[in-house]
Ligand binder design. Structure first.
Ligand SMILES: [Zn+2]
Length: 614
């Protein structure tokens, strides 16, 4: 692979021109002392014509230097950067996102004879046009999408004009004073006077705490501008003051506040710092900020969640395949009742995951039309396989107006809904529909040796009744409630139940019917107890008992009529041993009419699978 540097790109960047994804070579990197905070790296880069030392690596990319992937001589493509003007007029280029195209080892030396770029001279422009002209469409970055908050979903492509976003080094805020607007990515604890212009992408509820040192309240918000995101928290008086002022998805100028190291345990926001509001903080609405991105998502495929560590914070998008009713549970720690609802999300990976919504979100949720749900900042739990919990800091957007959501909807409507999806969650109660039914043909159940292990196996199948054994299909059972023990006829008009240790003047009929079911390839003996047997025969056990005693021929007919009907069976299989002989015992747990709509979907899916194999 041959890589060309974007000659002239440095001059173009410094003159505020629109340039997309320049390819540059690293000449060297240098750590800058920052006190207690994470280190910041300054990077000297070359475009083959000029070098420039005022590149700063955004702290989220520090690992590139620390793992020596970004080192002298390597060539990288800068996917996103911000030009930031300092007080003295100098400019700093903050590298927000980049890919190393060629490692230092692969390159081995400096390319060309670049000379230092002199700011203010505009040199080299005419002789060296940028090698990578800006694309005509806004670029879509690696799977990121921007969706506005649930109030008014709107898709915003990342801004084309980097210069415009960061260009105005000072704005007149409605307060009247000229104050410097800086990118969120440049905030650090060593600056006290700053203003950011940012969109509120998440707003939590006011929470209270009490401990030995007293009690108080707080609420947190998440802020995004084109350079990055940051969390901010207001306590007590500030919480009272700002909570009613700040609205989700609106843009504000935020001025002054304390920056401290972020506690990553509680937040998925990609910033090493977070803001605490002080009594000097001001928040002023900004009306002209359409260029600012809204909620940023980095979606993880549902199938990848299986390999995602417990407690990771992830963004997920999926079709709500099914959902459960809202339930109330009492939280032990504060003895308060909260609403909870499980929804089952599916994406193009064909995997299903259970996500738990809480509170108002759980109560208001309507999944009846299988909406697309995007969740930012859900926590991965290992409760029952892998599941997701929506936290108070998470953002849930229903049917976001975004390319990812449209793609998913199109896929689901055409083929996704036909998929028999496997759930990676095994939450009690399970999916209401679809989910873990484990559909098999009888041939598959046998060839996969279901039931041969130590534990019983369960599967569902569609089978046709081909034989019913009417001999001994009924027995005389103890008439007391919940006791189905076979009684002994004392031949004196009384029936004895050993279990209850009582004699009764009557008994009830119970059924234990052996049925042979068949599908296209295999057959299987299945034991059907009371309800299943009554369903297959279409008569109650009591009536059948009467018939057997009084009308042998009518009894016979009931069995004949029950043949060759097709049902859905839920079957338990287990190896059982009688008289040194082991055989698989199959028991019907449930017998239902065939849902032909679902059955057809499964058949279409397996036809497609087989067509692909062929
Ligand atoms: Zn009994």
């Amino acid at each position: 692979m041959s890589v060309r540097l974007s000659e002239g790109a440095i001059a173009a960047i410094m003159q505020g021109e629109n340039i997309s994804k320049p390819v540059l070579q690293v000449i060297n990197t240098r750590a800058i002392a920052t006190g207690n905070g994470p280190p910041r790296y300054r990077v000297l880069m070359s475009d083959g014509v000029n070098t420039l030392s005022s590149f700063m690596l955004a702290t989220q990319l520090n690992s590139l230097v620390e793992e020596e992937r970004l080192a002298a001589h390597c060539i990288c493509q800068v996917n996103r950067f911000i030009v930031n003007s300092l007080k003295d007029g100098r400019r700093v280029v903050i590298l927000m996102d980049l890919d190393v195209l060629k490692t230092a080892d692969m390159v081995g030396g400096n390319i060309g004879n670049p000379v230092p770029y002199n700011e203010g001279q505009g040199q080299q422009r005419s002789s060296a046009p940028a090698a990578n002209p800006a694309p005509s469409k806004p670029q879509q970055q690696n799977g990121n999408l921007s969706v506005a908050g649930s109030a008014a979903p709107k898709y915003h492509a990342p801004s084309k004009q980097f210069g415009k976003a960061s260009g105005p080094s000072s704005v007149k805020t409605p307060g009247g004073s000229q104050s410097k607007v800086v990118p969120i990515a440049s905030l650090n604890p060593y600056q006290s006077k700053w203003t950011i212009c940012a969109r509120v992408t998440q707003k939590g509820q006011i929470r209270t705490w009490s401990n030995s040192r007293g009690e108080g309240k707080l609420f947190s918000i998440e802020l995004v501008d084109e350079s990055g995101e940051i969390r901010a928290t207001a306590f007590n008086d500030q919480a009272d003051k700002f909570f009613p002022l700040i609205e989700l998805n609106k843009v504000y100028y935020f001025t002054k506040g304390n920056l401290k190291t972020a506690n990553k345990q509680y937040t998925a926001v990609k910033n090493d710092y977070e803001i605490t509001f002080t009594n000097e903080t001001s928040v002023v609405p900004c009306d002209d900020a359409r260029h600012l991105p809204s909620v940023q998502f980095e979606f993880v495929s549902i199938s990848d969640l299986e390999n995602t560590p417990k407690d990771s914070i992830v963004d997920v998008i999926g079709i709500c395949k099914s959902y459960e009713d809202v339930t109330k549970i009492t939280v032990k720690s504060n003895n308060r009742e909260v609403s909870k609802r499980n929804v089952h999300l599916m994406d193009t990976s064909g995997k299903l995951v259970t996500a738990t919504l809480w509170g108002v979100e759980a109560e208001k949720f309507d999944g009846s039309r299988q909406p697309v749900i995007a969740i930012k900042g859900a926590r991965v739990s290992d409760f029952g396989g892998r599941s997701l919990s929506v936290l108070s800091s998470s953002t849930v957007v229903i049917n976001p107006d975004s390319p990812e959501a449209f793609k998913l909807r199109g896929w689901f409507d055409s083929e996704g809904q036909l998929l028999e999806c496997a759930s990676i969650s095994d939450v009690r109660g399970g999916p209401a529909t679809g989910g873990n039914t484990n559909w098999k043909t009888l041939f598959e159940a046998k060839s996969e040796n279901l039931g041969q292990g130590d534990k019983a196996d369960y599967f569902s199948c569609v089978g046709t009744v081909v034989h019913l054994r009417k001999e001994n299909c009924m027995y005389q059972a103890c008439p007391s409630q919940d006791c189905n023990k076979k009684v002994i006829d004392q031949q004196n008009g009384l029936y004895r139940c050993e279990k209850c240790d009582r004699e009764f003047p009557d008994f009830k009929y119970r059924m234990m019917l052996l049925v042979t079911i068949a599908d296209c390839l295999e057959y299987q003996w299945v034991t059907c107890f009371q309800e299943s047997a009554e369903f297959i025969l279409g008569q109650s056990a009591a009536f059948l008992g009467e018939l057997k005693e009084k009308n042998e021929q009518a009894f016979e007919e009931v069995f004949q009529n029950a043949n060759f009907n097709t049902y859905e069976f839920r079957i338990r299989v287990k190896l059982e041993t009688y008289n040194d002989e082991s055989r698989i015992k199959a028991t019907a747990l449930d017998v239902k009419p065939v849902n032909y709509r679902e059955y057809s979907k499964r058949l279409i899916t397996s036809i497609r699978k087989n067509a692909q194999l062929g």
